[in-house]
Design a protein around this ligand. Sequence first.
Ligand code: PMP
Length: 368
Amino acid sequence: MTRPYNFSAGPAAMPESVLRLAAVEMLDWQGSGMSVMEMSHRGKAFMSICETAERDLRELLAVPSQFRILFMQGGGLAENAIVPLNLSRGGAVDFVVTGGWSQKSAKEANKYATARIAASNEADGHTSLPTPASWKLGKDAQYVHLCSNETIHGVEFHELPDLKALGCDAPLVIDFSSHVASRPVDWSRVGLAFGGAQKNLGPAGLTLVVVREDLLGHALAVCPSAFDYKTVADNGSMYNTPPTYAIYMAGLTFQWLKRQTAGGLSGVAAIEQQNKAKAELLYSFIDNSQFYQNKVAKDCRSRMNIPFFLRDEARNEAFLSGAQAAGLLQLKGHKSVGGMRASIYNAMPLEGVQALVSYMREFEMTQA
Ligand code: PMP
């Protein structure tokens, strides 16, 4: 059976081999007589699954020892509240707004702290990145927040800012939901990173938080215990029942990622090369076409989420129904942007992007 190519922004396509292995292990995980869903989170079997997942992720992302890896719940949107509850001390926090997700984060943080906009690309419709030297960072900021890949607008930081070089001592918080594990992370520039799993890591329900140890233990008194990073860290992500099956699926995905190779590289470095090649293929096709268009500045185009437009929007419905018939699913753009969006996360093979480009070329020809 060949499966269609799924371009959903999330929950998104998973590696087929991971789904197949999960199917094999569904009723009886490695002779335990139990599905992973049926295991106690404190039992030996699940503890080993969870520890292996954490170890593999630390290795894949080269997470330094002074950072803790937390498996939480609530998704990126809950983190928009949980981060200020833990890090703001009720003071001021600075936001770099580069699209819909960072905008949402600032709004939510303002319930628990004073959220200031240090920079914004709203004036150009979220199609560029304000240069870090222009950011208005306050001396009293408890942290600086940015979304390192804007899933809706297709804007990505290809390099994280060096806040120290900008004269700012506050920790950098990144929402890396939609490009986590698609490329390496420069942890020397990060205090905390969070992301929902449902794009690059596994199914929805698991939220990843990677936090520098010195940022633990400062939660506001009103912070729910289950969302206090120190409580979660002290209990090895098992203060409450963690999303066990999602952790298992993420663990299988990490093993798949470790097996990736490209040009003598492996793991995340290899997947980064594959992601570059996939994005380059689609962007160069769009840029060379009079029929399609991408509006994001070239230096900050996302390798994961590629919004594009038909210059004649009256053809949108025909484009989408033809795509569906060709086995190319979920290409409709986010309602706030319109047009189309191809999300090409780690699990999307190069062949999927080639199939999309072929379809786009054919569609254009039939419309001439
Ligand atoms: N941040 C980013 C960058 C996202 O792409 C999303 C989901 N698409 C969220 C936050 C919200 O995540 P969730 O729905 O898991 O709360």
